[in-house]
Design a protein around this ligand. Structure first.
Ligand SMILES: [Zn+2]
Ligand SMILES: [Zn+2]
Length: 235
């Protein structure tokens, strides 16, 4: 079956995420867009996933628990997990290697945590948008160790990507899937990424930017397990 999904969305917990990106707003917009599965992937944290999961259940949408990690080389890597608990266990380990700096709201923006009514109930105090101590290889290894699947993010972008950091995408990364930006022409594949599966998501920081139901995944069932197996792509 074909599953319409957007697997890279930021909530208001990401400093760059708009204040409208509350759990219910995100899920409601996903419903309007006709998406069946979404992943909320905040920078170096998963603290809104429980709320999003509850909202998604109400709306009949599947949440794939996720996170967007910034490695030591400033490369962004998406991590996807089978359960919110697994994602939380991973995030706990990640918090140990996140440099101890406090967020400065004026400079970076709010990092909202939401209650069941979708209202801000507090803010994450740690500065989330910074590089952790794990390098790319270690980051991928750790995601796998917690039962997750790692997908390097927006690899063709000019910042926080494999291309920006290394100047190319190594053909032998221990991942099956790469995320490319909306501008990347997957047909002509100018970066020769053919040894990987290529997916595209919105990387939405505003509600209107969520994908339309246009990125379809051929899965045996509409489930987290099926999506994770697809993203793993044999690796
Ligand atoms: Zn990113
Ligand atoms: Zn992102």
């Amino acid at each position: 079956m074909k599953i319409a999904a957007d697997l890279h969305i930021h909530s208001g917990l990401s400093p760059c995420g708009h204040d409208d990106m509350t759990p219910h707003n995100i899920v409601g917009m996903a419903l309007v867009k006709g998406l069946q599965m979404i992943a909320v992937t905040d920078h170096n944290t998963v603290r809104n996933l429980r709320r999003v999961e509850a909202a998604a259940k109400d709306y009949g949408i599947i949440l794939l628990p996720g996170i967007e990690i910034q490695s030591r080389e400033e490369i962004h890597v998406l991590g996807y997990f089978p359960t919110v608990e697994a994602a939380e266990a991973f995030a706990e380990a990640l918090a140990q290697v996140l440099p101890k700096r406090k967020n400065v709201v004026k400079l970076f923006g709010h990092q909202w945590l939401y209650n069941e009514e979708d209202e801000p109930e507090g803010e994450e105090q740690a500065l989330l948008l910074q590089s952790i101590e794990w390098n790319l290889k270690e980051t991928i290894r750790r995601v796998k160790a917690f039962g997750g699947v790692a997908v390097p993010a927006h690899v063709d972008k000019a910042a926080n990507s494999l291309l920006a950091t290394l100047g190319f995408v190594p053909p032998d990364l221990p991942v099956g899937t790469l995320e490319v930006s909306g501008r990347y022409d997957r047909e002509s594949d100018p970066m020769r990424l053919g040894s990987y599966q290529l997916i595209r998501s919105s990387d939405a920081h505003f509600l209107r930017d969520l994908l339309e139901a246009e990125e379809n995944y051929e899965l045996p069932t509409l489930s987290r397990e099926a999506m994770l197996a697809y993203l793993k792509g044999g690796k």
